[in-house]
Write a protein that binds this ligand. Structure first.
Ligand SMILES: Nc1ncnc2c1ncn2[C@@H]1O[C@H](COP(=O)(O)OP(=O)(O)OP(=O)(O)O)[C@@H](O)[C@H]1O
Ligand SMILES: [Mg+2]
Length: 186
């Protein structure tokens, strides 16, 4: 059973309890490599325990992002796909990568047998595709990335950070100048 969590306003169960910082960044990805590079950058920054909630329609680029993330985490496997049938796939890297895909679940209660809390509270990096299907199960302190289709090769990536490590990432991403920024809010 998952531990009960309080709302976004003040969860004591959250790893970043007491830290309510938030930030938003809207990035432009003009090709697959740009999305891969963002994943890789985050993979390199990660120190363990991070949760990445990925939201967006089929073919939006969620798995591409995770492939970049795996590279940044020095995962040796080269063929990373959506773990559609088994829901969760873990990979060994500099830190463990837990890749979850909730596409096939219909009710959030179907996540319970996964024992997700064990992964979320561990020292790995958890990336969840179709995270909108399980938002109540995920910790409020997380980075949520919403992928919007904007053309064959173009995507808008809406990054929403809740909690210090993630707001810090957004600041660094902004300052890196590597991605075109469409909008931001601190
Ligand atoms: N800017 C871009 N960013 C990411 N992917 C892009 C971009 N432009 C084109 N693509 C292509 O779009 C496809 C995205 O596929 P991907 O498997 O990552 O989607 P997904 O969001 O995981 O979909 P699903 O919900 O089916 O798992 C890939 O073929 C990728 O090369
Ligand atoms: Mg996918």
């Amino acid at each position: 059973m998952l531990r009960p969590r309080l709302g976004e306003e003040g969860s004591m169960a959250s790893p970043a309890a007491g830290d309510q910082t938030e930030a938003r960044l809207l990035l432009w990805s003009d090709r697959t490599e740009s999305t891969l590079a963002l994943g890789e950058w985050i993979g390199k920054e990660a120190v363990g325990g991070e949760v990445l909630a990925l939201i967006g329609p089929l073919g939006a680029g969620k798995t591409r992002f995770v492939q970049g993330l795996a590279k940044g985490l020095e995962v040796a496997e080269r063929y990373i796909t959506s773990p559609t049938f088994i829901l969760l796939q873990s990979y060994e890297g500099r830190l463990p990568l837990y890749h979850i895909d909730l596409y096939r679940i219909e009710k959030e209660t179907e996540m319970e047998p996964l024992g997700l809390e064990e992964f979320l509270e561990g020292n790995g990096v958890t990336a969840v595709e179709w995270a909108d299907k399980g938002l109540n199960t995920l910790p409020p302190a997380r980075l949520t990335i919403t992928f919007r289709y904007a053309g064959e090769e173009q995507r808008e990536l809406h990054l929403r950070a809740a909690g210090a490590p993630y707001t810090e990432w957004l600041r660094k991403i902004r300052e890196s100048g590597r991605w075109k920024i469409l909008d931001e809010k601190n």
